[in-house]
Structure formats: C-alpha cells, structure tokens
Design a protein around this ligand. Sequence first.
Ligand code: IVH
Length: 666
Amino acid sequence: MNKTIANEIEDLREKIRKYDYNYYVLDTPLVSDQEYDQLMNKLESLEQANPQLITADSPTQRVGGTPLAKFNPVIHQVPLLSLANAFGEQDLKDWHRRIVSAVGEKVEYVVEPKIDGLSIALTYEMGNFAIGATRGDGEVGEDITLNLKTINNLPLKLTAPIPKLIVRGEAYLPKEEFARINSEKEELGEPLFANPRNAAAGSLRQLDPKVAAARRLRIFVYALLDQEGMPVDSHEESLVELAKLGFPVNKERKLCQSIEEVAAYCAQWIDKRHQLPFEIDGMVVKVNSLAQQQQLGYTAKSPRWAVAFKFPADQGESTIEDIFVRVGRTGVVTPTAVLTPVQLAGTTVSRATLHNQDFINEKDIKIGDKVIVQKAGDIIPEVVRVLTEKRDGSERPYQIPAVCPECGSPVGRQEGEAAFRCTGATCPAQAREGIIHFVSRNAMDIEGLGPQVVAQLIDGGLIKDAADLYQLTTQQLVGLERMGAKSSENLVNAIGRSKSRGLSQLLFALGIRHVGAGAAKALAKRFTSMDKLMTADFDEIESIPDIGPKIAASIKAFFENNNNVDLITRLKASGVGMEETIAKDYEANVQLLRNKTFVVTGTLPTLSRKEASDLIEVNGGKVASSVSKNTDYLLAGEKAGSKLTKAQELGINIITEKELFSLLEN
Ligand code: IVH
C-alpha cells in the first residue's frame, strides 16, 4: 500500500484530534476555524480517494451512515447504579457519620457538580471508542454508539492504548444550545423541550445520527467503572488519569478533608451554578479512596460511598400583570406574560413565554393570576402553575388577538398547528425579526449588529430590509445611540465582510420556511450558485438527499414571490456573494472527485449534461467525451446508447444522477 498517503492521513488525524481536544475539552482553540476546516477537508478528500484507509476512529467518522431501525440492547458489564439523595446540611452530616463508623478512619471526599443530562456508559478497547450505551434500567441499556460518536468532545481514540476501559458520564446540552433549539422550535410552531435533560435524551434517542449531530451535545466523564491496564487508588486520581487520556472531566470539583468543607462547597454552588454554561441540579459527594469505597460497598440501588446533594428548587411566586404578543420572523405570534419582578436562578425575571393559546388554556392562565414561576434549563422563565386558590374573581381570561398588533393583518391558525400566525406580507415585526435572523451568527454573522441596533436602524428609517444594510455609511451610524466613530466603522466593516459568507449561509439567512442550516448547505453544495437554484424546478430540488417535498415546495414559493427576487437582486448589486464558497474550497482542498474521470451520457432526470459536467468539475473531477479504460464512472441517464454498451463491456462503474449526488455527500 502507498505508505506515504497512509502516513499523511494518520498525521492529519492526529492533528485534528489535538485541535478537537484543545477546542472542545480545554476550551482553548489552537487554530482558526478556517485552518481547521481545511485540514478536515483534506482528510476527507484523502479518505474518499482511499476508502480502504478509513478507520472507525477517524475524525471524519463522527456522523455515521444510515438511520437505524431500532436501538439494540446492551447488557452493562458493571451495573449503572443511581445515587441516594441528601437534602441540606443535616442529611450530609448524617451520611458522613455512617461512613466514618463503617470505615473507622479519616475519610477524604471529592465533591463535583451533578450534571443534569443523560447518563451514559462508554467502553473503549485498546484506546478506541467501541460501545456507548444509555443507562436504561441500570442492567440493560440501549446501544447509542452512533449518536454518541457525533459528540465533539467525546474522544474516539484515547491518548494511550489502554486494553480496556469502561467509564460513566453524562451527555448534556449546554444552556445556550438548549435555548437555541427551543427558540427554533417555537418559530416553527413545534412543541418545546421542557428542560435540557429532556432535550439531550430526545436528541440521543433519535435513530438518525444526523439529528444528534445537529444538536451540539457535550459530555462529562465522572466515573471509572472498569479497567485493564490503568490502576488507580482514588477517585481523584482516576479523574486526573481520564483527563490525560483525553476525556472531558469537570474542573469544578474539590477534594475536601472534612464534611464541613463538603457542606460549604455544596452551599457555595446553590447560587454559583447559574454562572455555569450547563445545568446542574446538585453536587455529588464521593469517598475518594477506592479501598474505602470497596469497604463501604453498595445497597441494592446505589453505592454507600456516594450521595447526591440536591439543590432546593428554584421557584418563585409572581403575578401575571399583563399578556402581550411578540411576532416572530415567520409570523408566529407568541403570547408573553408580564410578571411582577421576581428573583430566580440568579436574575430578575419579569417576562415568561406562554408559548401559545393551548398552553394558556391547559394551565388556565388569566391576567391577574398569582403563579409559580421557574426557569426551564436555568434560562427560560416559565409559568409552572396557577395558584387558583389565591384568585379573588378579578382575574381576566386571555385570548390571542385576532389581528396582528404590529400590522393589523388577520392572525390565523393552520390545521394541526399550535401556533397562531400573522398573515401580513409586509408586517414590520416580521421584517425586523427577519433582519435579526439575517445577521445572526449561523447566518451572515455580522458582529455588532444586535437586535437593539436593528430596531434603531429601522425606527430611524435607515433600513427596511436586509439589502439596505449594505448601503449603510459610517456617517449614518454615528448618529445612533451608543454608536461612536469607531464602532460605526467596525460595523460597516463587519457588514462588508459578510458579503463573502457564501451561498449556504446566505440561503439560511434568507429565512426561507423549513430551510435550516443543514438544508441550506445541501442546496448550496448541489446548486453552487443562487441563479442555478432560482431556476431549478421542484423535482431537481426534491431529488437532493435530505430535502423533502415540504422544503422543495417552500423554496419554489419563496422564489416565486417578486419581493424576494427583488431582495436578492439588490443584495447581488451590493456585492453579496451568490456562489458557494465551500464549492470553491473543494476545488482547492476537498476535491471529492479528484482524479476521477467521468463520461456523461443520456438524459438525466434533473440535470442537463452541461450542468452535470460543471458539477463534476467544480468538485475536482474530469469530464471526457468518450469511454475508455481510463474512465472511472459513466454517468448514465435515459436513452443512453453506445457509451453505455462500451462501459458495460469494459466493466466501468455506471452510476445514476442520484448516485452522483451521493458521491458528493460527505
Ligand atoms: S456518580 C455509581 N457523578 O446523577 C456512580 N453521577 O441521581 C453513580 N450524575 O444517574 C453516579 N453528574 O446520571 C455521578 N458527577 C456525577 C454526576 C452523576 C450527574 C447523574 C447520573 C446518575 C444520577 C444519580
């Protein structure tokens, strides 16, 4: 085998693993995103050209294959137990007394955050990730290996080839990601996740690994369940060793010499937890010495050597003073409660989303009601229940208005949807929210252009839509609130830089219904330019893997609307790039079809032969006019003639248009 290519591939993998570890585990990026993407693209293209060199631990293999039909059961080699609870300091002290009397000597404890996520067990063989499972009933869990592989801070290969290792940890969603997923769901009128824990479980129990990959899950590892070749004497030592192997372990832990120290550390986190980027629902206290742990043993359900210190529920009482509606970019009208301010999870809460009319009806919420509020996932304030016993008869029922408060258009509800929507085509609220989406991070990523600035620009008559942004001058901006000469200049520069984000980000930014970041990428990759997408017909769009009829119809409808076409024309005139820069990257780096020679023949279902040739070439392939033994693929459509016969004679790979698209899917 070609030794140098194999070496090059392994070097790239090593580099990417190092960068992943620094980025996702240590939070200290070593290289720019661009540099990282280039390495990844290069690795992908080398593997594509040498499929026999692909290994399961390659960083390219995080999002695996086709959806599963079901999850297979996994029998845990070491049962996954749960923990006994301690509520308050007295419980902790009682537990400590039992420990001391059982071991009869000094005890050291490790105190660590209790992550609110989904409990998982990870098995590594010779340092390679082999099986990942849910806890299930503690004896038998489900095999969710493919989903877990998509989690960026889960090491696929450890830094040492330990013969066998089983670790336990928690998969969780960072608070910010939970909020993002729920606001996306709200905008689409889908039911929300109640908390990050449900969202993590929901994401990992999806049969299609692509779903899990799109939810930026993370893990923490907090227990060594079994090992061969990694002897340790204490829990703390095992965590240090696990960290050295590349696992993310929680830094917010403390080795304590007394139960008073334990109690103080637990108490400290009751408030401090709100500053963490992930949700915790308590602290776990563990006896540090493994010898002492063994001496203490287990009850039927839980280890005697560990206990969960549970935080008091962070709820508060408030009054619903009023209810108003917010109108989102797709017109969804969301009722929001104005609350008497209450301290919750470290902040003052004075608003809570009421989601939709069904939520209001089910909870029987009225204006004037006294209610219990809490923060879902520590971030989103929500009404838990109404204190109906405190009603005095002055409370008023609420119904979402029949007309949009911002534009006066009728508000309606579609069959089977919980959400009410404003039907106004020129609703200013929709326009404003649309611009806020356009400039957001995953879209055109214009730094310094937050919701307040957008609102000011609209109110000041400086912009009406996204295309107007590209005409703004520093002189115009200087007049705005909190906008000096320097920040105006920065903003104009940031707007300028966004012109080269490329087609996929632009498509996402346009906010076409049902076109999320993933669909936008698939479209950009396949069509490579806005013009081609705009003139594509329904079947061409629908033939792309991952794009269903609903998305295809929505795209067609979007481009049939003259206002949208006009917006795109103006964006183009301002110099906003309408081509896929990723496709250009392919030319330079990925070249999925590099060194592959194609011949195109017959009538293809959606592409013309010229378009197919362009697509092949943009991805690094060559297109020849006649079939020879040097041809790698014959792309054949209907009524293919002599070229097909010749290819069959020579045993050349004959592929359909759909198979060509699959070659470009990576
Ligand atoms: S130790 C035998 N440590 O809490 C070891 N558990 O209520 C038992 N959890 O099911 C687990 N963070 O999913 C441990 N730092 C941590 C934890 C933790 C979260 C979860 C775990 C368990 C549940 C028990």
